[in-house]
Design a binder for this molecule. Structure first.
Ligand code: SF4
Ligand code: SF4
Length: 429
């Protein structure tokens, strides 16, 4: 299939409701209520920022959220002196959504939020945090962690509180037996949190199960970007959550840096359509185009990042992409998927859980395919190692015993055991 055919197929698939790339975003063209909201009702309103309803919460959030996960560092710690002006500049630019978590940056992210919002800035923004199930030794840790987060951030009420990183293992072993969802509901009734939600790293099937677990969910935080339209909850996740009244925040809009520093082959594909814009702007525009996405949470690490993201956010409207821009993104997906050696894994995670805990989709879609695109072995090994911690994605390719149990679950019909062998030979584990 050549590139034109691929793009044409993508558009046909979108028209028929099959998800295959950014063209699918053309579905759901209804306008959001954003334009009808009186600006006075919007927290920290700034005419240079776009605001969107956060599901049924009744609040509008800025299209750009400040992800406090990639903050500048100094001597092995968060550089608070640099961070505070960055956060405040973002707030001055209209950002009203500050996203942090108990475990972010070794616990220093919540401290950074507390410092940046001291002196009256807290009242201009919605503050989030997240409760990590994997750090809990007993159900009582939930309340303990929550109170610690409130103290560290310096706030009585956390506006958007998440169960952090729901995935099969955590859902089964901690979230359900510890009754964490019910504990969240109690915090909400007590007025200690305003809205309850979860961040998610697993497949669409579990995503739907979690969404359906309780009508009390207000929002979710998922990972999504234009290259990985089926990865984890994928492009259908926001639609499913929104259909259930939930607000949708999206994290990792630049795919942990990959889409901010595109390999030449993808850059060329985007340029071939005659449209020029910075790599990061493409990634954010793709998300803002999706009507169901309330806020793109961008991890900003410098004042330059803040200024650039604010500039991009000024025009962040639902259904903003032109047909030519959709074609350009289709060309980028095509180029990525046709890099020699590319494993045609969409990261849908239907193959997990593997009885030996191999992080199959993550290894193929993120580690190996990224390596093939950039040919940077040091970075690939580092990504691989960091992500194989016990609470993260699972175990490396070398843990595969070739039992074949995953084979029939893969909609791409990939020869998973042999491909894992190939990864092991390339990456050394
Ligand atoms: S073949 Fe390997 S990856 Fe697949 S289920 Fe068996 S051990 Fe897991
Ligand atoms: S290997 Fe197959 S089932 Fe597993 S994530 Fe990739 S495409 Fe999905």
């Amino acid at each position: 299939m050549d590139r034109r055919d691929f793009i044409r197929c993508s558009m046909l698939a979108a028209a028929s409701g099959t998800v295959i790339g950014p063209q699918a975003m053309a579905q759901g063209t209804e306008k959001t209520k954003t334009d009808n909201q009186p600006s006075g009702a919007i927290l920290n309103y700034n005419p240079q920022m776009q605001y969107r309803p956060m599901g049924r919460t009744g609040v509008n959030v800025s299209a750009l959220g400040f992800g406090m996960l990639r903050l500048p560092m100094k001597n092995g710690h968060v550089d608070f002196e640099q961070t505070t002006p960055m956060v405040r500049r973002a707030i001055e630019g209209g950002v009203n959504y500050i996203d942090t978590g108990r475990v972010y940056m070794g616990g220093e992210s919540e401290q950074a939020v507390g410092k940046a919002l001291a002196g009256g800035w807290r009242d201009r923004v919605y503050v989030t945090s997240k409760s990590p199930w994997w750090e809990m030794q007993s159900a009582d840790d939930f309340e303990k962690f929550f109170d610690q987060s409130r103290r560290t951030i310096g706030t009585d009420v956390i506006d958007f509180y998440h169960i952090h990183m729901i995935m099969h293992r955590g859902w089964r072993d901690k979230v359900l037996p510890y009754k964490l969802v019910e504990k969240m509901e109690k915090l909400k009734v007590q007025g200690k949190i305003r809205f309850m939600g979860f961040s998610f790293h697993d497949n669409l099937q579990l995503f739907k199960q979690v969404v359906e677990y309780t009508p009390a969910w207000d929002f979710c935080l998922i990972q999504h970007n234009y290259l990985d339209y089926e990865y984890e909850a994928g492009v259908l996740g926001p639609k499913y959550a929104a259909a259930n009244g939930m607000g949708v925040a999206v994290m990792k809009p630049v795919r942990t840096g990959f889409l901010a520093h595109l390999p030449q082959t993808i850059k060329k594909a985007l340029l071939s359509t005659g449209i020029q814009k910075p790599d990061t702007e493409w990634a954010l525009d793709y998300l803002w185009d999706i009507p169901e996405v309330s806020v793109a949470v961008s991890g900003m690490g410098s004042m330059t990042d803040v200024e650039e993201n604010l500039r991009y956010a000024a025009k962040a409207r639902p259904n903003m992409l032109t047909p030519a821009e959709r074609e350009a993104l289709g060309a980028a997906i095509y180029a990525f998927r046709h890099i020699p050696g590319h494993i045609d894994c969409t990261g849908c995670y239907q193959c997990i859980p593997c009885p030996h805990n191999v992080a199959i989709g993550y290894i193929f879609a993120y580690v190996y395919n990224n390596y093939l695109a950039h040919r940077n072995m040091d970075k690939a090994i580092s990504d691989y190692t960091i992500s194989m911690s016990p609470v993260q994605r699972g175990d490396p390719a070398s843990s595969c015993v070739a039992c074949g149990k995953c084979l029939e679950k893969c909609p791409q019909h990939l020869d998973i055991p042999n491909l894992l062998k190939q990864v092991k030979e390339t990456m050394g584990k």
